[in-house]
Design a protein around this ligand. Structure first.
Ligand SMILES: [Mg+2]
Length: 133
């Protein structure tokens, strides 16, 4: 899968890369540091991602702002987007589901738990029929 990973924390980005390598997954990860950068990626001529993993707390354009723009766009609204966050704020969770997400995953503190959650999410989406660009 082509995965657009939207995350401002470079350590989190390294963690995702390391985890996919460790799990032997052959996904192509495209990185964006905030919503603005992610929109630039989506509006470029490269193929659309199969899946979006989205952080919420980011500078410039946060996850919820990005999600609103994504879901209002006829070309992008069908891209399955999974929130990957440390925010346990119920208002954030409700707002994300209201706008339209495919999942809301809390980032675990323990690496083993992170690896386990990520493996399950990616395996699940890998067996789905995806909207190919
Ligand atoms: Mg963040």
């Amino acid at each position: 899968m082509n995965i657009l990973f939207i995350e401002d924390d470079a350590i989190e980005t390294m963690k995702l890369q390391r985890t996919t390598v460790k799990l032997g997954l052959k996904h192509n990860i495209i990185e964006a540091k905030n919503g603005e950068e992610a929109l630039t990626v989506l509006n470029s001529n490269s193929p659309l991602p199969d899946l979006i993993l989205l952080d919420l707390n980011m500078p410039r354009m946060n996850g919820i702002e990005f999600l609103k723009i994504l879901k209002a766009d006829v070309n992008f609204r069908y891209l399955p987007t999974i929130v990957l966050t440390t925010s346990q704020n119920r208002a954030d969770l409700l707002e994300c589901y209201r706008i339209g997400i495919a999942g809301y995953i809390l980032k675990p503190l323990k690496y083993e738990d992170y690896e386990d959650k990520l493996k399950k999410v990616l395996e699940y989406w890998d067996i789905n029929e995806l909207v190919k660009a």
